[in-house]
Design a protein around this ligand. Structure first.
Ligand SMILES: [Zn+2]
Length: 388
C-alpha cells in the first residue's frame, strides 16, 4: 500500500463542517493523505502521519474537484452565428437547437466522441473531476441512444434529454413526439443513462408533457432532473419539487412560491451563469435562494448554443460578481453543491473515505477564483488519487 502526502497546503477546503470553520470547512496550513484513490486523512500539516510519497501543493489552496452537474457535450458543429446575432441584438430562442440537431445527426460516431473528449479535456484542465453529460441533440431513437452510449464511455453521470425540444418533423404532432420519448426512445436510452431530464420552458415542453416524460423515466429507473424557469416564469421548479427531482436547473425567473417550494425540498437549484453571460440575459438571484435556505449548485451548461464555456472558474467569478454569492458560497456550490445535485456523497468533499478528487490552485486561497477572474489558477487536478 502506497500512501501519498499532499503537503504545503495554504488552505484546504474540505466542505466538512467537522473539519474546520466556515461553509468550506477550511483548514489552514494543512496536509492531505491519499491511499487507494481515497482521502485517508485531512488535517493540520503538523499532525500529518508519515507517508511513502510526498508531493507539495507549493503553498496553494487545495479544494475538492469541481462537480459540473450540467453539460451538453455530445454534439457536432457550432453556433457562432447565433451568438454573433444575439450580441448584435437578436433575442435568444430555443429554435437554434435544431441546427445543432441536424449537425449531430449527420456526424459519424468518431466526430462526436472526439468532441466529447476535447471538451472533457478542457473541463478537467479547469478543475472539473466529475462531469454530467446529457443527450438531447439526436432526438431520434437511434441518435439519442448513440449520444448516451458515447457519453457513457466518459462518465457514469449520463442524462437522457430526448425532451430537449420537439424536432421539426414532429412540429405538427407534439403528442406523438412525447409518446416516442416516453416509449421506444426511453427504452433505447435507459441502458446508457442514470438520469432523465426535460426542458420545461417557453418554446419547449409544457408542464403536463414534462411530467409525463419524467414519470416515464422514473418508471424506467432513471432519476429526474429538469431544466426550468430559464426563459420566463413557469411550472418547472414546482414540478421538480413535486417529482422529488435531484435538481432543477437555470432557476432564473422564480416566484416566491418557487423559492418556498425549493427551500422545503431535497431538490437543488442549479445555476448556470454561463447561459446568462452568453445570451446577455439577467442572471438568477442566487442571494434570494441562499437566504431562503435553498441548496445551490453551479455548473457550466456547456453547449454550443447558449453557454460554450467549459470553465467552472468563470462560473464562480460570474456567480460572485453578478449573482450575489460570496466567494465561499460559489466555491461550495461548484463542489459540494454539484455533488448534491448528482446525489453523490463521495465527491465534492475532502474527508476520510471520500474520493481523492481535488484541485491544487496556484493561489493561496479559494477566493482567488473570483478575485482573479479569467486567470488560469488551476495548477493541478487529481482524480482518484492520481494527477490527470
Ligand atoms: Zn442545459
Amino acid at each position: 500500500m502506497t500512501s501519498l502526502l499532499v503537503a504545503d497546503i495554504a488552505v484546504l477546503v474540505t466542505n466538512d463542517p467537522a473539519a474546520g470553520p466556515g461553509l468550506l470547512g477550511e483548514i489552514r496550513g494543512a496536509a492531505l493523505v491519499v491511499e487507494h484513490g481515497r482521502v485517508a486523512w485531512a488535517g493540520p500539516a503538523i499532525a500529518a502521519p508519515a507517508c511513502d510519497v510526498r508531493v507539495s501543493a507549493s503553498g496553494g489552496a487545495v479544494l475538492p474537484g469541481f462537480v459540473d452537474s450540467h453539460t451538453h457535450l455530445v454534439f457536432a458543429g457550432d453556433r457562432l452565428a447565433d451568438f454573433t446575432g444575439r450580441m448584435s441584438g437578436r433575442p435568444y430562442s430555443p429554435d437554434g437547437i435544431s441546427s445543432t440537431v441536424a449537425a449531430t445527426r449527420a456526424a459519424p460516431d468518431e466526430v462526436l466522441t472526439a468532441n466529447v473528449a476535447r471538451l472533457l479535456g478542457e473541463l478537467r484542465a479547469g478543475g472539473a473531476t466529475t462531469v454530467e453529460v446529457k443527450s438531447g441533440y439526436g432526438l431520434t431513437v437511434a441518435d439519442e441512444a448513440r449520444a448516451l452510449a458515447i457519453a457513457r464511455q466518459f462518465t457514469d453521470e449520463t442524462t437522457f434529454l430526448g425532451a430537449h425540444v420537439v424536432p421539426a418533423e414532429y412540429a405538427a404532432d407534439r403528442g406523438a413526439y412525447v409518446d416516442l420519448v416516453t416509449g421506444p426512445m426511453l427504452a433505447a436510452a435507459a441502458p446508457h443513462a442514470k438520469w432523465i431530464d426535460v426542458f420545461c420552458d417557453r418554446g419547449a415542453f409544457d408542464e403536463s408533457e414534462a411530467r409525463a416524460v419524467c414519470r416515464a423515466g422514473m418508471a424506467a429507473g432513471l432519476g429526474p432532473r429538469l431544466h426550468g424557469n430559464q426563459l420566463g416564469p413557469g411550472p418547472g421548479v414546482r414540478l421538480a419539487v413535486e417529482l422529488g427531482a435531484a435538481s432543477v436547473d437555470h432557476c432564473t425567473h422564480l416566484a416566491d412560491a418557487d423559492i418556498e417550494a425549493l427551500a422545503g425540498s431535497a431538490t437543488v437549484a442549479t445555476l448556470l451563469p454561463g447561459a446568462e453571460f452568453s445570451t446577455r440575459s439577467p442572471y438568477p438571484d442566487a442571494r434570494r435562494l441562499l437566504d431562503a435556505g435553498v441548496a445551490v449548485a453551479l455548473a457550466t451548461d456547456c453547449n454550443p448554443g447558449t453557454s460554450y464555456t467549459t470553465s467552472i472558474p468563470l462560473c464562480i467569478a460570474l456567480a460572485v460578481r453578478e449573482m450575489g454569492m460570496s466567494p465561499a458560497e460559489a466555491v461550495h456550490a461548484a463542489t459540494a453543491g454539484g455533488a448534491r445535485a448528482l446525489r453523490r456523497d463521495d465527491i465534492g468533499v475532502l474527508r476520510p473515505g471520500s474520493r481523492a478528487d481535488f484541485v491544487v490552485l496556484a493561489a493561496p486561497d479559494p477566493g482567488y477564483l473570483a478575485y482573479r477572474p479569467g486567470v488560469p489558477l488551476v495548477a493541478g487536478v487529481w482524480k482518484d488519487g492520481r494527477p490527470i
